[in-house]
Design a protein around this ligand. Sequence first.
Ligand code: GLC
Length: 555
Amino acid sequence: MDGAKEYGLRNVSSHCSISEMDDYDLSKLLEKRRINTERKRSFDDRSLSELSIGLLRGLDHFDSSYSPLRSVVDSPASSDQNSFEPHPMVAEAWDALRRCTVFFRDHPVGTIAAYDHASEEVLNYDQVFVRDFVPSALAFLMNGEPDIVKNFLLKTLQLQSWEKKVDRFKLGEGAMPASFKVLHDPVRKMDTIVADFGESAIGRVAPVDSGFWWIILLRAYTKSTGDLTLAETSECQKGIRLILTLCLSEGFDTFPTLLCADGCSMIDRRMGIYGYPIEIQALFFMALRCAFTMLKHDAEGKEFAERIVKRLHALSYHMRSYFWLDFQQLNDIYRYKTEEYSHTAVNKFNVIPDSIPEWVFEFMPKRGGYFVGNVSPARMDFRWFALGNCIAILSSLATPDQSATIMDLIEARWEELVGDMPLKISYPAIESHEWRIVTGCDPKNTRWSYHNGGSWPVLLWLLTAACIKTGRPQIARRAIDLAENRLLKDNWPEYYDGKLGRFIGKQARKYQTWSIAGYLVAKMMLEDPSHLGMISLEEDKQMKPVMKRSSSWNF
Ligand code: GLC
């Protein structure tokens, strides 16, 4: 087959596949897999196809009435997307974002974390962080500029294949870097790359979120461009499988959630989020669903797809049952008996009611709820975390009722969670003795600062996406207005401090790229909600909780 013909054919098949990808329902996808499997029965391992039929039992069908959105493919993003109702900040933001572009051998491959000339300490803010690049990538995709995103995905994929070591210990093959840096040698006219998989990071923690963001971004690229050829390459398929191998491996776990060290995600310092942090669980769930839509139907792909489906079932049940907190559930925990043994235990993790912090009783509105920060034996971290809750909405880890209830909470506790600058990374701050014990006396994470209850403008895009998905664009509008009052004037700080987020963060960088990109993404999504499709997955009815833990999100 000649090159042009092959290209043409591939294009056709891409368009077929992307419409398949619109079909968010796992059950439908599995059904298609089953049909394909049956068609190819003579080639395939019979027991494998039976296994996937077994997995199909009890599947519902997707309720399309839930989504008010057009698909991105129906309305491809174009370069004039940001041209209507231009706020003066939008043009400034684009200029600032473009200044952050990093080139490798003349090709754009990412954006640096911050372009702050005034700061004496560069640390690693001159690097391309995987998680920080996500809002930049979405901004470029929404503006019809996918090349930088494709280059980034391929470059980080190459880095994944590096041998990664901390001292004498070798990391898992699938680990993705937290960040990388391009070194320009002006004499030899050579560009080289150094990457950090945690071996240079403060605290030496591997970024568990990087691989998940990579998968989520690959789907966003595919969805936005309609180009399935990238995800279909054997390199990308292998990259996905390596990441999955890391997080689906069997061990001593009794829970389907992913066990993590402290500081392995956006909150990359010790903040008492070791165990099963909501941010990682929500990203894990979303990455599994995204990977499912992109895995090829070959033998290896099928095997992983089946493992994904099983894990998704268990994970969504666990999260929706044990991480969910609303007024009713809080009341139930308050009255928990302890020291229960055997399968009949109600208080399965032996949470001692006395460990419920005072603030939760005040904070919990009659109408409202959220996924708590962490659940493990005798430990519930009742703190509210923005990223995990927004990703839970976008990935449909939260049911439509739960999503609406999370938004109710944000509205009811606007002052606490949004205040003067969207959005608090976590609530509330930890202080005094608890701060000493939990953070190890971290001077950067003092109360209401940085990761400890600081306000991060980057989270605006996640809030906006969650608002659009739940049909509450007016909340996003309010939040964007707040950001527009300050962000440009303050030179796009990394974070704000204080109970209301009124002060530029103590050690915040200026011209923090994801603050800039986050604003642009929020603006573009609100202008054209069809962009949401690249970062959102519809509910899958098959994963509905078996029992509802409380009635307050059942309006
Ligand atoms: C800080 C943040 C981290 C971010 C990095 C680069 O370390 O905690 O989430 O990726 O800065 O901006």
